[in-house]
Design a protein around this ligand. Structure first.
Ligand code: AGV
Ligand code: CA
Length: 311
């Protein structure tokens, strides 16, 4: 049986690769896609998403643009990545874009798509939760149509990945961009699976991975992985602020194959104010979230590379 998946992403290299991989999972029925301009610019991320669906999908899915705005903006350098993916010759060979833009903004598209889909849907979010928070405010009854939320976000470690003035470094970026949105979703009854930095730290982009994709580039999908991951900095000597991990790709792989990881339930809350805003913390009376804290790295890279070979 296929699982219904609705995918909301924010146009980073790993967000767009996630979309590509979802289109190749036998056990996934992709019901809708939306793009939020958090770690991207909206136009190139919309075009890249539609072109990826054109090239690798088989129709029937549209892409909604978000009009949500965050509290703490992403660095411009990172937001530029969507332009590079959108410009890849592989995605522009046909000279046209067929996949339609939805006639509603993302948060309303979520409501409509959940309602129009038979049964329940798993929400896969690889950017901030703003569109889901807004959807819940407008129509809280959509909760009954949600199987669970799988989110790339948060960490329960001392060290997050936000290195910004006026912040203490304890937050993960997708929470930090809009902490109130995360708190709103925490206040809902939706089951949450959190692919946190605990596990994504174990899947940095490294040179051996790049070399593997280069060696297997005769497969067009593996070449696509290699071309995309040529745009972002790998981990070589030590991790810097710009070092790239396969954050969202791990989250998406978890949707396709939960055997790759280990999960633990933690009661938690989201800090929305002050120097730790965007931090997720464990508290005894907090709401339970299922935290992916460990991954079989080799099995993960094998899984995504094999998926890419289906392209
Ligand atoms: O915090 C990880 C999230 C993921 O959804 N994003 C990137 C992934 O798409 C933000 C981010 C943190 N560090 C980054 C990020 C970096 N060095 N480059 C680009 N984006
Ligand atoms: Ca992302």
């Amino acid at each position: 049986m296929k699982k219904n998946i609705y995918f909301n992403h924010d146009g980073g290299v790993d967000d767009l690769i996630s979309l590509f991989l979802l289109l190749h999972m036998d056990n996934v029925e992709l019901t809708g896609v939306s793009v939020i301009p958090a770690d991207c610019y909206l136009e190139p991320a919309m075009f890249a998403s539609r072109k990826i669906i054109d090239r690798f999908g088989n129709g029937g899915v549209d892409v909604a643009a978000s009009n949500s705005r965050g509290k703490n903006p992403f660095p411009k350098d990172w937001r530029m990545h969507a332009f590079y993916v959108d410009a890849l010759p592989l995605l522009n060979e046909s000279g046209k874009v067929v996949t339609p833009v939805a006639d509603k903004p993302a948060h309303l598209h979520i409501i409509d798509t959940l309602r129009a889909t038979e049964g329940k849907t798993t929400l896969l979010f690889t950017g901030p939760l703003t569109d889901l928070a807004r959807a819940l405010d407008i129509d809280p009854t959509i909760e009954e149509k949600v199987e669970r939320l799988v989110w790339m976000g948060g960490t329960f470690r001392e060290a997050g990945n936000v290195h910004e003035p006026e912040h203490d470094g304890t937050a993960e970026w997708n929470v930090f961009w809009d902490p109130e949105a995360a708190a709103r979703v925490w206040a809902s009854g939706i089951e949450i699976d959190l692919v946190a930095l605990e596990s994504t730290n174990q899947v940095p982009l490294t040179l051996d991975v790049r070399e593997r994709w280069a060696a297997e580039r005769k497969h067009i999908g593996v070449d696509f992985l290699g071309q995309c991951y040529a745009m972002v900095p790998p981990l070589v000597h030590f991790s810097t602020n710009s070092t790239y991990y396969l954050w969202d790709v791990l989250t998406t792989a978890f949707v396709g194959n939960s055997d790759l990881v280990k999960v633990q339930t933690i009661n938690s809350m989201v800090i929305t104010e002050g120097a730790s805003q965007g931090r997720t913390v464990e508290t005894a009376d907090g709401r339970p979230v299922h935290v992916v804290y460990d991954v079989n790295r080799d099995a993960f890279f094998d899984y995504i590379t094999e998926l890419a070979k289906k392209a």
